[in-house]
Ligand binder design. Structure first.
Ligand code: PMP
Ligand code: GLU
Length: 419
């Protein structure tokens, strides 16, 4: 009798004693997954706006600028040139060559197109890297506060997230001693994100060298450098852990066009990795998403090969907004505010509001405070808890200076009512 690997009938029979409700069909994998708090909060504020409430949305982290014209033109041309067929799973050769040229000219790194895989945003390439490298039970070190999706992606890959906490008092950066203490023989990967979402902190080259020295002693650990905010920094260039040659044979760089070129909706990200890892990721992608939108790929190619002034113009605007929001946030009583050196977020410590009340509203957690600011101040932020840092909140300042001023005025007014 032929072996049947896909006997769904037999499998569903196993559960025939269960009542048929939708919940029975949801896998443990998905039941155990937390929904993305950044996306949930942004949706909530969109719903409130649709209901006529004038909410200022500072929850989602995406540039408010439109994609530059020359990039949009390249996409239109791609349609006319009939880039309408399945693209190669790993991405068009021209785009992968453009990524290699970027890595060479901007980062001084030598990669060949076989080492590049293009995916649906940096998000998919982060997830692919984990799925390609992590075995069930492997430990993945995540310095926290960290972006909401890191821990959940590790869980999807059946890995064990090992978080290493660095609060505002250490500018949200882990020390080499903390890293050393977190590494065990089961450690399989570390995910490093500088400039950081949600804190905006940027590791210096010296700080990275100290972390690299620890990692050199532990060859079982793959290093994932999430450099998506590389261009948005206020220190004249953000260094990356990927610059350490000694780690290159176990380095995965994840980056993309979403933030630097205001292209979040085009969904183009990529990874650069040792050839074996790039091949593994391509195999994975070949089974569950195939290549990325042909038209978006041609737009991303134009972004890398075209004039780069737009990147600097947007960076300068973010810097002005950073200065503005930090000065206003420092005036809010009880907030402890760091001055971020990159990305477009502030991450104040707000636990002094815990225990305060206004009417029948009591603030028991930073999450309550965030909900209070939404309901009472009509400003959407994200609870620090979603980034593994309860007691904090995140505000994205990728919005106009006018919105920033008004949002901070509302937060200040609503916070003053809490006694
Ligand atoms: N990494 C970090 C730290 C991010 O903040 C984001 C933005 N959501 C991503 C990766 C993913 O970016 P995208 O999928 O839009 O390229
Ligand atoms: N990076 C953004 C954020 O953190 C986009 C939303 C998301 O994918 O989480 O808000």
């Amino acid at each position: 009798m032929p072996r049947n690997f896909c006997n769904f009938a037999a499998r569903s029979n196993l559960f025939s004693f269960l009542p048929i409700t939708p919940m029975n069909f949801i896998s443990e994998r998905v039941n155990n997954l937390a929904a993305s708090a950044t996306i949930a909060m942004s949706q909530k504020s969109a719903e409130l706006r649709a209901a006529g409430i004038d909410v200022i949305n500072m929850s989602i982290g995406e540039p408010d600028f439109n994609t530059p014209e020359f990039i949009k033109e390249a996409a239109k041309k791609a349609v006319d040139d009939n880039y309408t067929h399945y693209p190669p799973v790993a991405g068009y050769m021209e785009l992968r060559k453009a990524v290699c040229a970027k890595l060479k000219s901007e980062n001084g790194l030598d990669y060949s197109p076989e080492q590049i895989v293009v995916g649906n945003g940096a998000k998919q390439e982060l997830c692919n890297a984990l799925l390609a490298v992590v075995n069930p039970g492997d430990e993945v070190i995540i310095p926290v506060p960290a972006w909401v999706s890191y821990v959940e992606m590790v869980k999807l890959a059946e890995g064990t997230p090992v978080t290493v906490y660095a609060g505002v008092e250490q500018d949200f950066k882990i020390t080499p001693e903390q890293l050393e203490a977190a590494i065990t023989p089961r450690s399989r990967m570390i995910m490093l994100n500088s400039p950081s979402n949600p804190t905006g902190s940027v590791y210096t080259r010296e700080e990275l060298a100290a972390l690299a020295a620890v990692l050199e002693r532990h060859p079982q650990v793959v290093i994932l450098a999430d450099d998506i905010y590389e261009h948005i920094n206020y220190v004249g260039g953000a260094p990356s852990i990927s610059q350490f040659e000694s780690l290159k044979d176990r380095m995965i760089i994840v980056n993309g066009v979403s933030k630097a070129y205001a292209m979040t909706g085009w969904r183009i990200g990529w990874l650069a990795a040792p050839t074996a890892i790039a091949k593994a990721v391509t195999k994975l992608q070949g089974q569950y998403t195939s290549g990325v939108s042909s038209i978006a790929q041609k737009a991303a190619e134009a972004a890398y090969l075209g004039p780069q002034e737009c990147v600097e113009d947007m960076r300068k605007a973010f810097e002005r907004r950073r200065d503005l929001i930090v000065s206003l946030a420092k005036e809010i009583p009880g907030w402890i505010v760091s001055k971020p050196e990159g990305a477009f977020y502030i991450f104040p410590e707000v636990s002094s509001y815990i225990g305060k009340k206004y009417g029948d509203k009591e603030i028991r957690t930073s999450g309550d405070y965030v909900m209070y600011l939404l309901e009472e101040g009509h400003v959407a932020a994200v609870d620090g808890d979603a980034f593994c840092a309860p007691g904090y909140l995140r505000l994205s300042y990728a919005t106009s200076e006018e919105n920033i001023r008004e949002a901070m005025r509302r937060i200040s007014e609503a916070s003053a009512k809490l006694k």
